[in-house]
Write a protein that binds this ligand. Structure first.
Ligand code: SF4
Length: 367
């Protein structure tokens, strides 16, 4: 059949250079990738690989592991070898671990030059080792660990300070002909963060890794990340994203996936269009929507299911969806592709919707 036309997005993608993080391309026309970070001690190889497997199953494209000690560095070869997705070693203070991570077969290394003293001296060797091994880097500037000189100059980690730091650190690598890196300029304030990435995007064609650092517990962190990423991605800025939550990393991947899907930067899968309910509702919409969502969890086809509380907007939305219900008078009208296929008693709505969804899903091409 005819290929499905791509869904419209809010802006064309900013033109960035493409780099490789192992098998995953970042930047250029590569799909925007989702990253997360393990929370297990990296020295616990089995637990870390188990968590990476869970992240992979949740749709994570690239995973980062912390390397604070030599024992963590020693665990990297086994983790890099067995992980299903590219592994990035996260290194803050010890340049020698950068070399260990490269030797270990990590796909990339995150360096934070603000935390590496005498960083300038090490750049040439790091660039050469990374280049020889085909390993890319991320220059990860962070408000909490900004270069002292810039902190003095600007008084606090402003957007301008973060960008000046990033551009300076990038130039150190570029002087040695090394270009295989992406940049992040993270701040915990979405307003400062958005401004920093906007400024950085104008200064060069580096692929950009988006993140609001220390975004907070799940609810607040989700809102902060969605707001900040939305502001940037809707301008075409951003090539890979990491949602930081004080919550299990699988949650970060779910939130990242929903952000990209909401902006049509990733194909939508199951989508529940449910009304907030109001004084007109003739069924318990919350419970209905929750039960349908739970019953259809894991569905991988782009099915749109409308769950509507009454007949005001109900039939209209239910008709626009692949499948839907509009409730009233203790009954549910079940719509499939705009046609009422049956009317069932309220108690049968959930199971009828799930049955119909499974039936329709079977007729849809797998993504
Ligand atoms: Fe209220 Fe009906 Fe709209 Fe739901 S569909 S919010 S119940 S008017």
């Amino acid at each position: 059949g005819m290929p499905t036309p791509p869904a419209p997005t809010l802006a064309p993608r900013r033109k960035s250079r493409k780099i490789q993080v192992g098998k995953v391309a970042v930047g250029g026309d590569a799909p925007i990738s989702i990253q997360s970070m393990t929370t297990t001690p990296t020295t616990d190889i089995n637990a870390t690989l188990q968590q990476i497997a869970e992240l992979t199953a949740a749709g994570c494209d690239i995973v980062r592991v912390a390397v604070p000690t030599i024992d963590d560095a020693d665990a990297l070869p086994a983790i890099a070898k067995k992980s299903q997705i590219p592994v990035i070693a996260d290194i803050h203070f010890q340049p020698k671990y950068v070399f260990a991570a490269i030797d270990a077969g990590c796909a990339a290394v995150r360096v934070n030059p603000g935390n590496i003293r005498k960083f300038d001296d090490q750049v040439k060797e790091i660039a050469r080792a990374a280049s020889d091994a085909g390993v890319s880097l991320r220059i990860g500037v962070n408000a909490g660990s900004l270069d002292k000189r810039l902190l003095e100059k600007y008084g606090k980690p402003t957007a301008e300070a973060l960008v000046e730091s990033a551009v300076w650190e990038a130039s150190l690598f570029e002087e040695h002909g090394f270009h295989d890196f992406k940049i992040s300029v993270k701040h915990n304030d979405p307003v400062v963060m958005v401004r920093a990435y906007e400024l950085l995007a104008q200064r060069g064609d580096w692929p950009l890794h988006l993140g609001v650092t220390e975004a907070g517990p799940a609810f607040q962190g989700t809102i902060k990340s969605a707001t900040a990423f939305g502001a940037l991605l809707s301008q075409g800025i951003g090539d890979t994203i990491r949602v930081s939550l004080s919550a299990p990393p699988v949650e970060e991947v779910k939130v990242g996936t929903q952000i990209l899907q909401a902006l049509n930067l990733r194909p939508r899968k199951l989508e529940i269009v449910s009304c907030p309910s109001c004084g007109r509702a003739q069924v318990d919409v919350y419970t209905l929507a929750e039960k349908v969502t739970a019953g259809l969890e894991g569905m991988t086809v782009p099915l749109r299911v409308a769950v509507m509380g009454c007949v005001v907007n109900g039939p209209g939305e239910a008709r626009e969806a692949d499948l839907g219900v509009a409730s009233g008078n203790g009954k549910g009208q079940i719509f499939v592709k705009g046609e009422v296929v049956k009317t069932v008693p309220e108690a049968m709505i959930v199971e009828t919707l799930i049955e119909e969804a499974m039936r329709i899903a079977e007729t849809m091409p797998a993504p």
